[in-house]
Design a protein. Structure first.
Length: 429
């Protein structure tokens, strides 16, 4: 599937053209998996209403999705080692498409368990895409500008996460959702019929997503993507342990807490805006505000791409994490518009965190880059565990949804430490 006669990136003639074409192709992938991932923020409250779930039960949507990263990241890294980045990207696209198609039988059966299964297959495909595409972008050019380059492609990922809540809110959320009290009054057949009717709103969006992903896979099959032999493990590397790279190990923790904090906030924003003391907003209107949260990340990544050309990634990461901490604390301690505005602004400072932690984590790994990427992407399982902890806190009467935000604050404080100190490359002997 890979053209074995392709010139490596070090070939000066036409290298810039090849890199630009590859970046444009990969940018479409970043957009797609951003769009698909953020739809979880719309699906979560929708399923919560349909199946009358608690906050903790609702967080199982993110658990199913992000736990797949933990399961499939290392196999994805091995797939890259045994085939190529291009082959792995195609496999990831087709698997993601299958996951999207599985939403149709899940909706027809109105089964929460089937929805969770579909989400896990969907996420398995995105895991392969992440493991392949992130390091591919990072090594497509000079190491000095790796963070800037990855921030730029991640900006289009954020474009997907910005558009997703608007489109998802229109097609998936409905104004006819019944309250918990109304659901209890329905007979068993009537309740099942209601669930099937409400769940059917996901069919068209996910059918379209599945078809589009398959189409992109076909296009990429016929495209030339440059080989990166220096970033792909070939031959004997036994005896070389990833765990001796301290900046990688601490980066794994950084990805874990970053994704956990970002997903926990995004997952419960619609319900947060529904609180009487915060916004008292209906779900459809709340979904539009979620777009501003992810839109801030998009703007921040475009700006961050330019800033990271001039300032070290670790410094920018530390400052952004401290700003995010202050904003979450503000939202937790205030009500009304102040609480809403401050939590939405967190998205802007989230922007540069993932690409910066990622490029800092894989720095100086050479032929172990693919395996290091697998570890970092595996840490995205934080998007399963931290929202679950957040939901459990929100269900506690003594804490509640408003004050459960203490958990993301702790996450951002660690990220500040990693950016300013822990990310400096040091080997552990």
């Amino acid at each position: 599937m890979e053209n074995t006669t392709a010139r490596p990136l070090s070939d000066v003639n036409g290298a810039q053209k090849t890199q630009t074409g590859a970046l444009i192709t990969l940018t479409s992938l970043f957009f797609m998996w951003g769009f698909v991932t953020v739809l979880n923020d719309i699906v979560s409250p929708h399923l919560q209403s349909i199946f009358n779930l608690s906050y903790k039960q609702t967080s199982l949507v993110q658990v199913a999705f992000f736990f797949a990263y933990f399961i499939f990241s290392i196999p994805a890294a091995k797939l890259i080692d045994n085939t190529s980045y291009k082959t792995s990207i195609i496999v990831g696209l087709l698997t993601t498409g299958i996951g999207a198609f599985l939403f149709i039988p899940a909706a027809s059966a109105a089964s929460f368990a089937l929805f969770l299964g579909a989400l896990m297959v969907l996420a398995a495909g995105i895991t392969v895409l992440q493991v392949a595409a992130n390091p591919y972008v990072a090594v497509l050019g000079p190491p000095k500008t790796a963070s800037s380059r990855l921030n730029l492609t991640q900006a289009f990922n954020s474009l997907g996460t910005t558009i997703g809540p608007w489109i998802g809110g229109i097609f998936i959320l409905t104004a006819t959702a019944k309250s918990s009290a109304e659901l209890k009054l329905l007979s068993a057949p009537a309740l099942q019929a209601y669930k099937v009717e409400q769940a059917s709103s996901v069919k068209t969006p996910y059918l379209f997503i599945g078809l589009l992903l398959v189409a992109i896979a076909v296009v990429i099959y016929f495209l030339h993507l440059p080989s990166i032999p220096e970033a792909q493990k070939k031959g004997n590397t036994h005896g070389v342990s990833l765990w001796k790279y301290r900046h990688l190990v601490l980066g794994v923790v950084g990805i874990f807490v970053y994704v956990g904090a970002e997903v926990a906030i995004g997952t419960f924003l619609i319900k947060y805006f529904q609180l009487r003391e915060i916004g008292n907003l209906p779900q459809v209107q709340g979904a539009k505000l979620v777009s501003y949260y992810w839109g801030g990340a998009m703007i921040g990544r475009f700006i961050g791409s330019a800033i990271l050309q001039k300032i070290k990634a670790g410094t920018v990461l530390g400052i952004a994490a401290f700003c995010a901490t202050a904003l979450v604390l503000t939202s937790m301690l205030t009500n009304g518009h102040a609480a809403m505005a401050s939590i939405i602004l967190v998205g802007f400072f989230n922007s540069i965190m993932f690409p910066s932690i990622f490029t800092l984590g894989i720095a100086n790994l050479g032929p172990l880059t693919g395996d290091g990427s697998g570890l970092l992407i595996m840490a995205i399982v934080g998007g399963a565990i931290i929202p679950l902890m957040f939901g459990a806190l929100a269900d506690m009467p003594a804490v509640g949804l408003h004050h459960a935000f203490i958990l993301p604050i702790l996450c951002y404080l660690y990220i500040a430490y990693y950016g300013l100190s822990g990310s400096r490359p040091r080997e552990v002997h």
